[in-house]
Design a protein around this ligand. Structure first.
Ligand code: SF4
Length: 524
């Protein structure tokens, strides 16, 4: 059962201001039938362009949801059902996405005063003609006075996430906003039920003003029908169904969002200085960019060189002066070359807190052999067993440097060492052999690529993965499908992908060795 704690409701707007804050009359006159759901508002916070394309875009350019997104949705649904099953509830019955019927069925339950309503639908229409639809995962009855009697409802969303992120809180504030108009009274608070943190009270007093700003902006985008500019940010775009269309557009425009280091806020400042193209940035004096908010000397220098590298399609040395032009960019200690080298990559399912594969490519330069060793946990219980197998292998080569890409491998080895009680001095000595190639590459080189992810760098060097669509998220889906079906082809796909990651890391290392043999011309 969810326990709610009352919270002060001071400073919430008067109830009759809810649902009447529309747009100007002429905009209202031009409005078409728009159903703005909490899901739309949630997406708008991530990307206004996505909401615009969902409404007005050509559906032919819309891709189906990738496996990983489908898995997240499925996990989220199962989590929600698990939480709901902890106490009895009523649920409105209505045809899928028939919001009017859903709202009528929910209102009938609220009017009866039932204790808990799962998958509720709340709907109001604003003066501008837009229909707001809120679908809280749960409405919980509380003391108070609504239009039906001496009870009110408070909204709850159940999220798979671990933290009460602002976009989750804004969705709860949206529920509270629509709910206030439906029941004629503000709920004192709204709630999130998070997977690890449990119940979290959302301060409506704090979050409502932000929600109203976002809602207003979202409505303007939908009513005015102006396509928001594309801005590729891989962390949010990679799972978006409009990615192919947006990416093609960004590429054809050589959009600045494809330049590593240009964030949405930096982009705004650059545009204000009329620096809108790669050419503009490549010839800009770094001193001009330095004072901009979020820049500074390092970022400014790097951005200018990044634009130059993109225009010249070549790697540029990135050095901190003064540096001796006769010494390599990285010392032997920082980028060791040994007779035997290990290339290491982990596959893990963070949501299950499970490391299911340690892949190690052993490169012996004397015997000219390259042997890939995969240590694969075929089920959750095997994690400890494969951890020990991995340790046996790396201790067989006590002096071999262990190359990996990004911090995750080192962090995970440390965590597994603690979890499985591996003596800390052994783990420390193992970690002292780790060399993070991502850190080394970004420290010394500026490359004509769109991101400093392993795939991007290795592909620029001519390396190709055998499964071109494979990635870490897909590997998690394959592992999940293996657990569900027992089909070995999923495990084979995971091993192929992991081995290619190790080989790509090897390729990056070899290139970096050559690059760091200082070429004086690269300083010109
Ligand atoms: S691909 Fe990126 S920019 Fe395009 S709609 Fe999706 S999230 Fe927005």
């Amino acid at each position: 059962m969810v326990l709610l704690t009352a919270q002060a409701s001071a400073a919430l707007p008067p109830i009759d201001s809810v649902a009447v804050d529309g747009l100007e009359a002429d905009t209202v006159a031009n409005s078409t039938e728009i159903w703005l759901t909490d899901e739309v508002l949630f997406n708008y916070q991530r990307c206004p362009r996505r909401v615009f394309l969902d409404r007005y875009g050509d559906r032919q350019h819309r891709a189906s949801a990738p496996d990983y997104l489908q898995k997240l949705r499925q996990d989220s649904y199962l989590h929600q059902r698990e939480v709901l099953s902890q106490a009895s509830f009523h649920e409105p019955s209505y045809p899928k996405r028939d919001w009017v019927a859903g709202a009528a069925a929910t209102t009938a339950l609220m009017q009866q005063g039932v204790d808990r309503i799962a998958n509720a639908v709340l709907q109001i229409t604003l003066e501008n003609g837009i229909h707001l639809v809120s679908c809280p995962d749960l409405l919980v009855k509380q003391p108070g006075y609504s239009i039906w009697g001496d009870w009110i409802y408070a909204p709850i969303d159940i999220r798979l996430g671990k933290r009460p992120k602002l976009d989750y809180q804004v969705a709860v504030a949206f529920h509270a906003y629509v709910l206030a108009a439906v029941q004629g009274m503000w709920a004192e608070t709204g709630w999130l039920i998070l997977r690890q943190r449990g119940t979290y009270g959302v301060s409506l007093v704090d979050v409502l003003p932000r929600m109203e700003e976002i809602l207003q902006s979202c409505m303007e985008t939908l009513l005015q029908q102006q396509e928001p500019e594309v801005f590729i940010s891989h962390s949010r775009c990679d799972l978006c169904h409009w990615f192919s269309r947006c990416y093609a557009l960004a590429q054809s425009d050589r959009h600045l969002s494809l330049l590593p280091g240009i964030t949405p806020s930096r982009y705004v400042h650059l545009k204000a200085l009329q620096l809108k193209t790669l050419e503009d940035i490549a010839i800009a004096p770094p001193k001009q960019l330095e004072p901009l908010p979020g820049f500074g000397a390092q970022v400014a220098q790097r951005l200018v060189k990044q634009a130059q590298a993109a225009l010249q399609n070549r790697a540029i040395a990135h050095v901190e002066f003064p540096v001796s032009p006769t010494s390599p960019l990285l010392s032997e200690a920082e980028l060791p070359t040994a007779n035997v080298e290990l290339y290491f990559d982990i596959e893990a399912a963070p949501e299950q807190n499970l490391v299911y594969l340690h892949g190690v490519l052993v490169v012996d330069r004397l015997t000219q052999t390259e042997i890939f060793h995969p240590f694969l946990a075929k089920c959750q219980d095997d994690e400890g067993k494969v951890w020990n197998q991995f340790l046996e292998l790396v201790w067989r080569y006590p002096h071999a440097p262990i190359f990996h890409f990004c911090l995750y491998e080192a962090q995970t080895v440390k965590r597994l060492g603690e979890y499985y009680g591996t003596p800390s001095d052994l783990v420390e000595s193992l970690l002292s052999r780790f060399v993070d190639l991502h850190e080394r590459v970004t420290r010394v080189a500026i490359l004509p690529i769109e991101s400093y992810a392993l795939k991007s760098i290795a592909r620029w060097l001519g390396f190709n993965w055998r499964d071109s669509e494979a990635n870490g998220a897909q590997s998690i889906c394959w592992y999940d499908q293996w657990l569900t079906t027992g089909d070995h082809t999923y495990l084979e796909a995971i091993l192929r992908y992991n081995e290619d990651d190790c080989r790509a890391t090897y390729r990056v290392k070899d290139w970096l060795v050559q690059f760091t043999q200082l070429d004086i011309e690269s300083f010109s």
